[in-house]
Design a protein around this ligand. Structure first.
Ligand code: KG4
Ligand code: ZN
Length: 325
């Protein structure tokens, strides 16, 4: 079995995964959403302190599995430096105490493997990752062949929901709050500009849209918020589908997946489904509970890395806030 730890942002999570069957045997996550909500976003130092409280509690629950552990895995990149360190330090301690190898996992690869928790992998795959930290399209042939073909030049898709929610005083995380508010709103009420629509680039940008929303919020009143939320969600999604349409002109994937916290968004899911229909491509999605950060996806990658003996050296395994894919 492998014990995996996730602490890259505001979720403290630990999982136990069976190496042979790739089945998830244990998973527990303690989310800090409530604690960060009053600040309208994640406060790194507070997050680190909460991880230091939560992770040892979850680890204690894993004690019955200790005798069967063959490796310990941990998210080491990308994420908040002060929170990644909490998980990596714990993983190193477990590795030394139990005399088992250490596996450093890339969080973004974890999101890709959230599609395969309890399942066999299915490659090749084109993946849209939409989270709080990233918006990127990746062509995935295998664990070691992942190529990013488009990414955001500034804010991410999820982050723009968080920032718009903060402007309206809704709380954090903004994604589900904006989605809920948008349900009763008019998507066409605000004529926000679709980012980069005149550009040939296949890339994303959300800072201009965020500023347009800021102006609308400042000008409007609380009654307008549902229409602002609906129009924002519509344009934010149109931006993704417009660029993907361009990308599909040269590459036609047979299987397309959406992963990451914001892949829970139903409007996004439906618009991508529509986009894929004429191409006859399948849409893969993670189970709703594994869209947002979790340790089960880290464990699932770790099983593959264990098979390939992709271990990390105790001295060399360091945290890295930015990812290399
Ligand atoms: O993957 P995740 O849990 O953490 C990161 O790796 O960043 O993603 C969190 C992000 C937050 O920005 C959150 O607002 C967004 O995902 N999110 C959503 C929805 N649910 C979560 N965004 C849009 N619609 C949603 N329903
Ligand atoms: Zn994530």
């Amino acid at each position: 079995m492998i014990l995996s730890i996730e602490s890259s942002c505001d979720d403290s999570a630990i999982a136990i995964t069976d190496i042979k069957t790739k089945k998830l045997l244990f998973h527990k996550k303690i989310s800090q959403e409530l604690e960060h909500s009053i600040y309208g976003g994640v406060v790194p130092e507070l997050a680190a302190r909460l991880h230091a409280e939560a992770l040892p509690k979850i680890l204690a629950e894993c004690e019955p599995y200790f005798k069967d552990l063959k490796a310990v895995a941990v998210t080491s990149t990308p994420g908040l430096a002060v929170t990644l360190v909490e998980g990596v330090t714990m993983a190193k301690a477990v590795s030394v105490a139990l005399g088992i190898p250490l596996i450093g996992v890339n969080h973004l690869v974890g999101h890709i493997y959230s599609l395969f928790i309890d399942k066999e992998t299915r490659f090749p795959l084109t993946v849209l990752l939409v989270s709080g930290g990233h918006t990127q399209v990746m062509e995935v042939k295998s664990l070691q062949e992942i190529k990013t073909v488009a990414k955001s030049m500034d804010d991410s898709f999820g982050e723009s929901f968080d920032k718009c929610a903060k402007m309206m005083g809704l709380g954090y995380p903004g994604g589900p709050l904006i989605e809920e508010l948008a349900k009763d709103g008019d998507r066409k009420k605000y004529d926000f500009t679709i980012p980069l629509s005149q550009s040939k680039l296949i890339a994303f940008s959300y800072s201009g849209l965020k500023n347009a929303v800021r102006l609308a919020v400042e000008k409007g009143s609380e009654e307008d918020y549902k229409d602002i939320a609906a129009s924002f969600e519509h344009i934010a999604t149109m931006h993704l589908t417009q660029k993907l349409k361009k990308y599909f002109k040269t590459v036609q994937p047979k299987t397309f997946a959406i992963v990451g916290g914001a892949s829970a968004n139903l409007y996004l899911r439906s618009q991508i489904q529509e986009l894929l229909r004429p191409h006859g491509a399948d849409l893969l999605l993670s189970e709703l509970k594994y869209c947002s950060d979790n340790a089960a996806m880290i464990g699932r990658v770790a099983v593959e890395m264990y098979d390939k003996k992709m271990f990390s050296n105790m001295q060399d395994l360091d945290i890295s806030p930015r990812s290399s894919i």
